[in-house]
Design a protein around this ligand. Sequence first.
Ligand SMILES: Nc1ncnc2c1ncn2[C@@H]1O[C@H](COP(=O)(O)OP(=O)(O)OP(=O)(O)O)[C@@H](O)[C@H]1O
Ligand SMILES: [Mg+2]
Length: 209
Amino acid sequence: MKYVFSRYSIDYLDFPISTGKESVVFRAVSGKKFIAVKIFKMSTLKFMNIRKYIEGDQRFSKIRIDRNDIIPVWVRKEYTNLMALENAHVPAPKPIGFFKNILVMSYLGTKSGPAPQLKDVDVNEDIYTQVIDGMRRMYASRIVHADLSEYNMLYHRKVYFIDLAQAVDIDHPMAAEFLERDILNVSTFFEKHGIDTNPDRIREYIKKK
Ligand SMILES: Nc1ncnc2c1ncn2[C@@H]1O[C@H](COP(=O)(O)OP(=O)(O)OP(=O)(O)O)[C@@H](O)[C@H]1O
Ligand SMILES: [Mg+2]
């Protein structure tokens, strides 16, 4: 317990922001601040589905993973990825700590409610630029999100990237494939909202030195 709570203590869980298939995210209160607590559902996270995101990643390949002990590795992976984004100045929740199947991070939103997903935001050219800039910085810091879509970006005065457990190192054998999928999702979403974009242009921009 000490690790999670070394910098923040959780006074109470306020309400669930999201209840998904694989996790529940709560807004929690810590002193005068809000924080976010993501609890992974041990029973529904499928070993086979998440293994491929861990095994090919050189940062995690030395860790022995077995069926009963993969969730803590998964949580640590999201924490590590959030740290990498923080160091690379990519807007994302700030990692606070982790413990077993629990990840604690900064809360995006206001007193009255959490920040909306990009899918519920009236997007424009400026928001599109923020997204591809973020993708570019992420790639430069050696990370491919691997589940990027309008569901995994929040808008709170600017665009934030969330949901990083599956994100992989750029040398992961499937990194190029994951990146293509991310690019396609982003391109399709913005095209749907009348913004002129295409996957080739995005790829070129992201990989530009
Ligand atoms: N730091 C945060 N601050 C505010 N809201 C958050 C934060 N992190 C996550 N959320 C909200 O919780 C939702 C789910 O979080 P996330 O995408 O990380 O989990 P998930 O793995 O997609 O869960 P599932 O697949 O079970 O739906 C997000 O779409 C967002 O609305
Ligand atoms: Mg998500």
